[in-house]
Design a protein around this ligand. Sequence first.
Ligand code: SF4
Ligand code: SF4
Length: 451
Amino acid sequence: MTNETNENDDPTAQPRATDGGSAVEPVDDASAGENSEIVEVFPEGDLDLRAGADDCYKCTTCDISCPVAEVDEEFPGPKFQGPEQWRLKRKEDIDIGDSITSCSNCMRCDSACPSDVPLSQMHNEARGEYVDEQMSVLSREYIRNRILSNYRTSARFASKVPRFANFMMNFGPVRWVMEKTLGVTKEREFPEFAEQTFREWWHDRGGAQVQNADKRVAYFHGCYSNYNTPEVAKAMVRVFEYFDYEVLVPPQQCSGTPMFANGMLTDARRHAVTNVTELAATIDDGADIIASCTSCSLSLRQEYPELFDIDRIEDVAGNTFEALEYLRIHEDLEEALSDAELDGQSFAYHGPCHARNQGLHRQAVELFRDVDDVHVEDVGDSCSGISGTYGWKAEKYKTSMKIGEEMFDHLERAEGDTGMTECPTCAMQMEHGTGYEIRHPLQLIEDALLA
Ligand code: SF4
Ligand code: SF4
């Protein structure tokens, strides 16, 4: 089954794969146009984004949609970070401005642009170049960003001793030292590591409980569902098994989302190679790929083919779906939920920016709209402000909370005092700003169908 919502299936539509800084085939000079002065803007053979830059007609819609630009008057906004910067680079090989590190990679500008300028691709490229060429690997910022973006590595160690890690990561003096030495804010509560990871649970239960070659999905659970919220991953498995799917859980690494946001493209590429290879093998076994985190699904669908040139990457991108999206396409969820008894629960739902980019930010509200005994209220289209690792940086914490103010306010005015979202870091921010318990839509479906 091919993912029809992905717009990046046609590799000839525009040049894009830069391979995270590795050389690829150079663009044919003739494509630059007869009157263009041919300059070597991308001497390492990287992607030529001039065509995308020329599609910008300076309407500033992207700037208006940018949550960082709204609260930080020093941030020049997506138009500058994208098409303007690439135009300047056409004239001379200028350095990337350090304001690129203030872009949170929320990708709202992507969906706002009426001219399909590949803004987040330009930002990711610029951030990668900035980190590679202008950031000292000995700087505090580089070390902190590398640790934050390789969350999977820290989580793997922490999950070996979860109680100790949970105590230490929220122990005041430790957090104070982390802020002073690394610049990781001490204002946030560190998410708890589960005593049993999802993959351990999966192994202990003996893997899939349903065998069905006709309905097979490969689950990309990502790091957070594995180490911190295995209850979301378990709900995913149980709900899909309820609908008679055989669930595969292939070996996998981080989707790369935090690495893109921190310009660590070489790390992201390394992880992407494993993911693409393993997920492509499941496609050969008849599976579609599903993710319960909207940033993971966006990464596999959009950022991978935009940034890397890896064998079968388009195949993986074209067969990836967000879990709820997949069920809504292939099953009659409304019918299945029609007899559910949910005891009059009310939820305040936040649609993550990365769900918005996939057109999925209304799906939970639409799904539960007609279910008796449950009320899911959309708290509006503002950004939560945390954007993965962004809100964990001490110098970005205030900006992150300022962006989140509108969402906090709407959450508190909503009928329910339990939050709902598909994104684990939006969930962190919602909880941090309001104290609400946050659930994933799959957990509510699990309650409705399997309780
Ligand atoms: S929204 Fe698109 S066309 Fe308008 S200024 Fe931004 S990049 Fe240019
Ligand atoms: S990705 Fe988000 S923060 Fe970055 S420029 Fe676009 S809208 Fe602004």
